[in-house]
Design a protein around this ligand. Structure first.
Ligand code: FPP
Length: 236
């Protein structure tokens, strides 16, 4: 959800006002995703690099996040949404950690949808954390490194409870992934929107999904192989 700052600048508003509008849009897009029957949505809300921003901005982001979580609880409960977090949560401010753990706890039995927030997240730190945990298990003799495969390694990532993303949307006209779900997104379709996050309307979200639905996902196979497999599935 990139471009809150640029949106604010273009509208003569403060960066923090841009983030406020960004949060309003989070509500709209999360609701749209739910109404469209999308079971998993993940938002890149705060990266490991975002701590480098001015202290006032970081603190405003944490306050916005805390308020969002508190206000959203009722809707998460009503709509059977489970809250999930990806990232080094232990480094977030105590107040945010507390709200997160309460929200996670109160929504843990929900099954229809999962809303994941990437907070203090970076794909490289995620890999480092996974390798550290795995290495500790080798040292204690609990795992055999000779048997390591992707399925096993993926269980050490923050995303162990959710499937890989099918579609990654980046707003604001930037054409890069910026350390977001690099391993999980290996086969994801990527959609770049020139719009800044606060102006990325649910109708633009639907456009992105329509675009995704036109794509052919080959996973290393040829288009011909996929057609043959599809035909044989249609016969069964
Ligand atoms: C991107 O815009 C946005 C962020 C880095 C922060 C988004 C997070 C929040 C608004 C906190 C609350 C989160 C949720 C999920 C409710 P940018 O500042 O990078 O924009 P710019 O590149 O135009 O400066």
């Amino acid at each position: 959800m990139d471009g809150n700052g640029r949106w604010a600048e273009r509208h003569g508003k403060s960066r923090i006002e841009g983030h406020r509008r960004g949060v309003e849009n989070v509500r709209k897009i999360v609701d749209a995703a739910r109404e469209l029957g999308i079971p998993y949505i993940t938002l890149f809300a705060f990266s490991v690099e975002n701590w480098q921003r001015p202290k006032t901005e970081v603190s405003a982001l944490m306050t916005l996040l805390n308020t969002y979580l508190k206000k959203e609880l009722q809707s998460l409960v009503k709509n059977d949404v489970r809250l999930n977090v990806l990232g080094r949560v232990e480094e977030l401010p105590a107040k945010v950690r507390e709200t997160l753990s309460q929200t996670i706890d109160k929504t843990k039995s929900h099954k229809s949808h999962v809303l994941s927030l990437a907070l203090n997240y970076g794909a490289r730190t995620e890999l480092v954390d996974a390798v550290k945990t795995y290495a500790a298990q080798i040292t204690s003799g609990r795992v055999d490194p000779g048997k390591l495969d992707w399925k096993t390694l993926s269980k050490y990532l923050y995303t162990r409870d959710i499937p890989d993303p099918d579609l990654i949307i980046r707003t604001s006209g930037e054409h890069r992934l910026s350390n977001f779900l690099l391993l999980q997104g290996a086969y994801a379709e990527i959609y770049f929107s020139p719009l800044c996050w606060p102006e990325f309307h649910p109708l633009h979200f639907i456009e992105a999904i329509n675009d995704f639905q036109q794509r052919e996902r080959r996973y290393g196979q040829t288009g011909e192989q996929l057609k043959t497999a599809k035909k044989s599935l249609q016969r069964t």
